[in-house]
Design a protein around this ligand. Structure first.
Ligand SMILES: Cc1cc2nc3c(=O)[nH]c(=O)nc-3n(C[C@H](O)[C@H](O)[C@H](O)COP(=O)(O)OP(=O)(O)OC[C@H]3O[C@@H](n4cnc5c(N)ncnc54)[C@H](O)[C@@H]3O)c2cc1C
Ligand code: SF4
Length: 548
């Protein structure tokens, strides 16, 4: 067995997202003597963060009531919020009064989450929190009682075959009294821990969406800072869930994106190309002509909500933020809940440490989430996603709206609690049943290919390192998935062109180009054979998003 250097700390946190940073800051606010260490796989804090975002500031206010005076970098307050239903050519704005109050956000601010976490990182460091960027957590340390007692960081400087290169540094162990997992949606350690402690046993399968986002600079005349638009319908068909967003931030920037839920059926559907189609709708295209695309990125999000929340604690730690899945899918909001969950976990740890405890179950954390603000918010919208999945967009969203109104007015849901029936990996049908989709070539002005898009994600990835997309059996895509579905979906669902079906000697071969990966985790979620496992590459690899 490898002898690792072990460093002791009181609390180790995986991920410098809003959940992890909030947990660290709260711990230091409550008990300044506690040593707190955060590891972050991106080269810089915020480099792997991608969000919409319209933020409900309630979570941030709980952490720093004076965040405005402290200079938190948030954009304009929401001044106009419109919900649209798109057909191929038309755009119908829904009157605001028919939208259930549960979909509205009071005091919403348009925010670059990347900028916000950079600022939170500065605040954390000022409080004495150690943050290690370029450091991926790849495993957990487990004590003799089977409790988690920290994490193992990834090796640096291994070649493609796993042999040490010059400058090699073995990963270290960070041993802690409590470990918090704040990796965001589909965390790789969270997945391991959930399996090890069977945390999902009584929950519905988690559901996911893939969000693709671009930042554009638009002419002054078309820019309306504070304007927020959400879209349903085109380009997605009735059986495919998701929707578009368009937020006008400061400095002539717009944040434009499409979320496609990953329980879509058609193996030839390409979320990336659906996003290109979305940009061609007249309502969107008129903004983009004469504008400049600045950045591109993609990230999965959770959409299972209340029914999919797993057991949140395990011996020695807890899941926080979107690693646990606190997204309110109808509102497309979770930053505030990520922050709140970090605060709740920190409160639980501070009490435990004050009582001399270590490496046990943080039993007060789960009730704080389930019976607190996060649980109250998610419970009331719990049937929207299952109704949408069962009945499609037109009927499902209508029924979901009725359910939300009933919850708002009478605190009652006519549908009880509907479960999510299957994992997204099990949702595909063969192309013989769905038909095959084809997409037009990009025009290079408002629509683009994957290669030129990924270029704008500023990826850094040393190619001579072990492949971080682990295929359990490299033959499965061609031998099984291709014949079973009539298409191999990976090249289509991957928004970064990592997977390819090429031809060699007249036969199809499955190729992987890991250096393009933007860490969205879709392949780990959607592969119908569950043959692909995403593990963190060498710390610092991946996108370097600015202002996402
Ligand atoms: C397209 C899209 C639009 C969204 N729009 C909105 C919106 O408008 N409003 C809203 O409130 N919410 C929105 N969300 C949701 C919001 O972004 C998330 O709820 C929030 O980012 C979750 O915070 P987190 O801290 O749990 O995880 P993340 O923000 O994902 O942060 C996790 C961090 O952990 C790091 N990490 C992961 N694994 C490891 C590892 N093994 N080792 C080291 N580091 C690791 C990552 O690099 C990352 O920095 C949106 C999400 C998406 C994808
Ligand atoms: S390889 Fe997987 S995680 Fe990476 S960009 Fe493609 S789908 Fe996302």
């Amino acid at each position: 067995m490898t002898e690792r250097e072990i460093i002791d700390t009181d609390v180790v946190i995986v991920g410098a997202g809003p959940a992890g940073l909030a947990a660290a800051i709260r711990l230091k606010q409550k008990s300044p003597g506690t040593s707190v260490t955060i590891v972050e796989k991106a080269a810089e804090i915020g480099g792997h963060i991608l969000s919409g975002a319209v933020m409900d500031p309630s979570g941030l206010t709980e952490l720093f009531p004076d965040w405005r005076e402290r200079g938190a970098p948030v954009g304009p307050a929401v001044s106009k919020d419109t919900f649209h239903v798109l057909t191929r050519r038309h755009d119908f704005s829904l009157p605001n009064f028919i939208l259930p109050p549960l979909m509205k956000t009071h005091d919403g601010v348009i925010t670059s989450l990347g900028d916000l976490v950079r600022w939170l990182g500065d605040e954390a460091q000022a409080l004495g929190i150690d943050i290690f960027p370029m450091t991926a957590a790849v495993d957990v340390l487990v004590n003799a009682d089977g409790a988690v007692e920290g994490i193992v960081t990834g090796d640096l400087g291994l070649d493609h075959a796993g042999n040490p290169k010059p400058g090699h540094a073995a990963g270290i162990g960070l041993r802690a009294k409590y470990t918090l997992i704040g990796e965001g949606a589909r965390g790789s350690l969270a997945k391991q821990i959930m399996q090890r402690f069977n945390l999902g046993a009584t929950a519905s399968p988690q559901k996911f969406g893939l969000g693709i986002k671009e930042i554009w600079e638009v002419p002054e005349s078309l820019h309306e800072p504070g304007r927020v638009d959400h879209y349903l319908g085109f380009p997605l068909d009735d059986a495919t869930q998701g929707g578009g967003f368009l937020y006008h931030a400061n400095d002539r920037r717009i944040y434009l994106g499409l979320v496609v839920h990953l329980d879509y059926r058609n193996p030839t559907l390409s979320p990336f190309d659906e996003f290109q189609r979305f940009k061609q709708h007249p309502s969107i295209a008129k903004l983009l002509e004469g504008s400049t695309r600045l950045s591109y990125g993609a990230r999965s999000l959770t959409s299972g909500g209340w029914q999919s929340i797993p057991d949140l604690v395990f011996p020695g730690g807890a899941l926080i933020g979107c690693a646990a899945g606190f997204m309110n899918a109808p509102r497309l909001k979770a930053i505030h809940s990520a922050i709140r969950s970090g605060i709740a976990a920190a409160d639980s740890i501070a009490d435990a440490l004050a009582n001399g405890r270590a490496n046990d179950r943080l039993d007060s954390y789960s009730p704080a989430i389930r019976d607190g603000a996060i649980g109250r918010e998610l419970r009331r919208v719990r049937n929207v996603k299952p109704l949408w999945s069962r009945f499609g967009t037109i009927l499902g969203v209508l029924l979901g709206g009725i359910d939300m109104w009933a919850n708002s007015l009478f605190h009652f849901s006519p549908f009880g609690t509907l479960r999510h029936r299957k994992a997204d990996a099990d949702a595909l049908w063969p192309t013989s049943a769905t038909g095959a989709l084809s997409y037009p070539r990009p025009d290079g002005k408002t629509t683009f290919d994957r290669a030129s898009s990924v270029f704008l994600a500023n990826i850094a990835h040393d190619e001579d390192q072990p492949v971080h997309l682990k295929l359990a059996d490299p033959a499965v895509p061609v031998r099984e998935t291709l014949p079973a579905y009539g298409a191999e979906p990976a090249p289509l669902y991957c928004p970064a062109g990592v997977y390819e079906i090429a031809e060699e000697g007249g036969a199809p071969v499955f190729r992987v180009h890991p250096a393009n990966c933007v860490h969205c985790k879709t392949c780990d979620i959607k592969d119908p054979a569950r043959n692909i496992t995403w593990v963190p590459p060498e710390g610092g690899s991946g996108p370097n998003y600015v202002g996402m």
